[in-house]
Design a protein around this ligand. Structure first.
Ligand code: ADP
Ligand code: MG
Length: 447
């Protein structure tokens, strides 16, 4: 299948070729013709599978026809959950629309609103926005949607996770009823389906992602560690393995700041990217990281969502995420577009439950390792993935714990012994709710 057989116009094919894309990805093969046909679309595909082009290319083609935007009007609106993602989508719109006479504007919070209001005066074909700032602009009458033709909800699952549902409902209320609506998501949860039911009209449903399957190209492993030794271990691993570029995930902003300080002390250049940083600081950190000036980028889940850093060789989970789906998103930062990548999780004994739900979700028991000099004094109990995932299950009779650790290396032999004496709660005896571990509590607006 070639891009040229999807019905795209010459200027778009030329832009795609310049991006170096050989052939369309599965989501593009299915999505592009449906969007071109003017249909509503709800599409799920894993992170890094080219969803942006699957809506941007046909969108540009559709907007080529029709009337120009009037003052303060937008013809198409793309909503994204984070500033970084908004900037990235806007960059893609520019790149793919290079040979078309269409205009685009991106707006998000954390920067001055006045210049955005000025730019919106002339109107725009495509507006890319985060929900909070868009509402501000709308309330100040800087933007109007009387002639909106297409609405796109990008990373819809993330928008819901981040608590944007109310903002989205408010925005929907002032959009024209007659429009094309496209919804893109990494997964189809129940919440996403009900969102789609409310706002989409007879959507074409496209699901090209094996649900919740971690990218096959990512080599995943667990390093057992005491909680208090994780920072030292990470520092050691970076130097010992000479890792040159890695993205480290932390649960909290403070944790991220602390880690950066400590790495800097150890002579490892690091930068943090999270919601308390100014937009300028986040953009700079990302640019420095991409340029190789910063070796370690430390990010929280929300800040990292949707960032495209191509060819990233390694992702480290300093702590496991509370929501198992976030693990899949995190490791999706590496091994993109067919490249191989590696994901390492530093896991302490108190995280064993999180580890178990993650293993259930991805359907595999992760390989465990220990680093000489960092063998934990609190051993991490054995886990074994449940092939039925985290779905509720009738309780079974407790089985005797297995002695063998999954894929342990030789260093771990001593560990095995101590694990033998840990018969408690290593297997799934209790039925667990799907999506165990509650939704993320932190609700942060992107603007
Ligand atoms: P998603 O939104 O699904 O996470 P993106 O749209 O951000 O994925 O694309 C991920 C990366 O893949 C980007 O760097 C993009 O330029 C690249 N890409 C997109 N489509 C193709 C393609 N057909 N061939 C090669 N690379 C592609
Ligand atoms: Mg995307």
């Amino acid at each position: 299948m070639a891009f040229s057989s999807l019905g795209l116009s010459k200027p778009l094919l030329r832009a795609v070729k310049e991006q170096g894309y050989d052939k369309p990805s599965p989501i593009q093969i299915q999505g592009i013709p449906a969007v071109l046909a003017g249909k509503d679309v709800m599409a799920a595909a894993q992170t890094g599978t080219g969803k942006t082009a699957s809506f941007t290319l046909p969108l540009l083609q559709r907007l080529e026809k029709g009337r120009k935007a009037g003052a303060n009007q937008a013809r198409a609106l793309v909503l994204t959950p984070t500033r970084e993602l908004a900037a990235q989508v806007a960059a893609s719109v520019e790149a793919y629309g290079k040979y078309l006479p269409l205009t685009s504007i991106v707006v998000f919070g954390g920067v001055k609103i006045n210049p955005q209001m000025m730019r919106l005066r002339k109107g725009t074909d495509i507006l890319v926005a985060t929900p909070g700032r868009l509402l501000d602009l709308y309330n100040q009458k800087a933007i109007r949607f009387d002639h909106l033709e297409v609405l796109i909800l990008d990373e819809a699952d993330r928008m819901l996770d981040m608590g944007f549902i109310h903002d989205i409902r408010k925005i929907m209320a002032f959009l024209p009823k007659k429009r094309q609506t496209l919804l893109f998501s990494a997964t189809f949860s129940g919440d996403i389906r009900s969102l789609a039911e409310g706002f989409l009209h007879k959507p074409v449903k496209i699901d090209v992602s094996p649900r919740n399957t971690a990218a096959k190209t990512v080599k995943q492993s667990v390093f057992e560690a005491d909680k208090s030794k994780k920072t030292a271990l990470l520092s050691h691993l970076i130097r010992h393995n000479d890792w040159q570029q890695l993205l480290v995930f932390m649960r909290t902003k403070h944790g991220a700041n602390r880690l950066v300080k400590r790495l800097d002390k150890d002579g490892i250049k690091a930068a943090a990217i999270h919601g308390n940083k100014t937009q300028a600081a986040r953009t700079r950190a990302l640019a420095d990281f991409k340029a190789g000036k910063v070796r370690v980028l430390v990010a929280t889940d929300i800040a990292a969502r949707g960032i495209d850093i191509s060819d990233l060789p390694l992702v480290v989970n300093f702590e496991l995420p509370n929501v198992p789906e976030d693990y899949v998103h995190r490791i999706g930062r590496t091994g993109r577009a067919g490249m191989t990548g590696e994901a390492i999780s530093l896991v302490s004994a108190d995280e064993v439950k999180l580890l178990q739900t993650i293993e259930n979700l991805i359907g595999q028991t992760l390989v465990r390792e220990q680093e000489v000099g960092f063998v934990p004094s609190h051993s991490v109990p054995l886990t074994k993935h449940n092939p039925n995932g985290n779905m509720p299950k009738r309780p079974k009779k407790p089985k005797k714990p297995k002695i063998k650790m999954a894929g342990t290396n030789n260093n771990a032999n001593a560990q095995n012994k101590s694990n033998k004496q840990q018969p408690k709660k290593t297997n799934n005896r209790k039925p667990r709710r799907k999506g165990f571990g509650a939704k993320p509590k932190a609700r942060r607006s992107s603007s």
